[in-house]
Design a protein around this ligand. Structure first.
Ligand code: UDP
Length: 425
């Protein structure tokens, strides 16, 4: 079997070139950018197909040497919400197939789709190109619907059916954790031999421990403040409201704290609507926390690392999280995490060792647990020093190696099944 030369990556609804932490961009964008760059460094070229969301975008852009992003025109550039994308999958698939048809035969060795919308396209590309389909769901509708936050809309049946189809068609399914592997098998009837648990990574060069005092100075925060931070898109599923309600309790229970407490909320609206950030700002007002909560737009790289370093605790109160990259990034910066015990978070955070896990979303419980870490320097120090070591166990290099191994296996099985089909014909 020839070595892998080129992978087609499908990322229909969001581009790895976008700023994560706002709109439709989050951990998946980071995942694709980080692993694609590392694959290219190992001599495997990557071409990412994503929908063109502006007429200014060039048809092909370079993300890094060896990694190109192809902007496929499918539907109007702007103003198309994520839930309208299923209607554009045919146009998107046509764009992907046309791009491949202009290349030499056998241009791609594997197609890797991210999220169910891309899986639908990948399924056809697989058939047309005669290459294996590797699929990563990132989130699963059945799991999401079982953990809906108040005010959240359930994922439609169309998505559930679409995911089931992709699970049945894919040659390999990449799960973030053993929990997600089980969900694929138990809820989606995936063939266990096709499921591969590959933990995601953290950028260990960007997210490193550093001086809290310096980070606070850069952010204009007092050196003696008690700083709690939330980082991520503002959406009911991520439950930033739980942090605000808990902060209100903390202030009520310890009146002296009010002058010292700062709650950083870093990130933009999820999708295109501004209702959620507005509702969160209103909640801060209702809770009398306008002088405590500081809303910050999405931050990049070094600036984001400063936010993590400035915080005494990073809170991840999500109702569901397939992994939670923010939890790893904070720990890599030496900041303990208080997280909801859901999805992949109990793997990202080792309870009582690198942070604390909270069994519910009750403001009283959260206020107590956040206080335990933020107001007890000895415990905070201990968790912080363990957190760095724990985060170091995850690296994008390891994720990339595991994915490449998965591609090789998927290709071997695919080709041998193909040979058997030939013989039978
Ligand atoms: N992020 C960022 N800037 C921000 C907020 C978030 O770059 O202001 C990034 C963050 O570093 C992380 C990703 O967005 O890598 C969010 O991933 P996570 O798995 O925590 O959540 P998701 O968005 O995938 O649900």
């Amino acid at each position: 079997m020839t070595p892998l030369r080129r992978i087609a990556v499908l990322s229909v609804h969001t581009s790895p070139l976008e700023q994560p932490g706002t709109g439709d961009a989050g951990g998946m964008n980071v995942y694709i950018a980080q692993t694609a760059t590392r694959m290219a460094n190992r001599g495997v070229a990557v071409e990412v197909f994503t929908r063109a969301t502006s007429s200014d975008l060039p048809p092909v852009a370079e993300l890094a040497p060896g990694v190109t992003v192809r902007h496929v025109v499918a539907g109007p550039f702007e103003g198309l919400a994520k839930d309208e994308l299923p209607g554009q999958l045919c146009a998107f698939t046509a764009g992907v197939l046309r791009a491949e048809a202009r290349q030499e035969p056998g241009h791609y060795d594997v197609v890797h789709s991210h999220y169910w919308l891309s899986g639908q396209v990948g399924w056809l590309a697989r058939e047309r190109w005669g290459v294996p389909l590797v699929h990563t769901a990132h989130t699963l509708a059945k799991v999401k619907n079982a953990a809906l936050a108040e005010g959240d809309t359930p994922e439609p049946r169309m998505r559930v059916i679409g995911e089931e189809q992709v699970v049945a068609e894919a040659d390999r399914l990449v799960a973030n954790t053993a929990v997600e592997s089980r969900e694929l098998v138990d809820l989606y009837d995936a063939d266990p031999s096709k499921v591969l648990a590959v933990p995601p990574g953290v950028d260990l060069e960007r997210f490193t421990p550093g001086s809290q005092a310096e980070a606070r100075q850069r952010l204009g925060l007092p050196a003696d403040a008690v700083v709690l931070a939330f980082v991520g898109r503002i959406q009911p599923l991520k439950a930033p409201d739980v942090l605000l309600r808990a902060a209100a309790r903390m202030v009520a229970d310890a009146p002296g704290l009010r002058e010292r407490l700062v709650v950083l909320v870093v990130g933009g609206p999820s999708g295109s609507g501004l209702e959620q950030p507005r509702a969160l700002q209103e909640l801060a007002g209702e809770l009398g926390l306008l002088d405590v909560v500081r809303f910050m737009p999405p931050q990049r790289g070094a600036a984001l690392a400063q936010v993590y370093r400035a915080a005494d605790v990073v809170a991840v109160p999500s109702h569901n999280e397939s992994f939670g990259l923010v939890a790893l990034e904070a720990q890599a910066c030496g900041t303990p995490v208080v997280a909801a015990a859901v999805g992949g978070l109990p793997i990202a955070v080792v309870d009582q060792v690198t942070g604390l896990l909270v069994p519910d979303h009750d403001a009283g419980t959260w206020s107590r647990v956040l206080g335990e870490v933020a107001l007890r320097p000895a415990l905070r120090e201990e968790l912080a020093s363990n957190a760095v070591g724990h985060a170091r166990r995850f690296s994008w290099d390891r994720t990339t190696e595991a994915l490449l191994d998965g591609y090789v296996e998927a290709r071997r099985d695919f080709l041998s099944a193909f040979d058997r089909r030939e013989v039978a014909v």
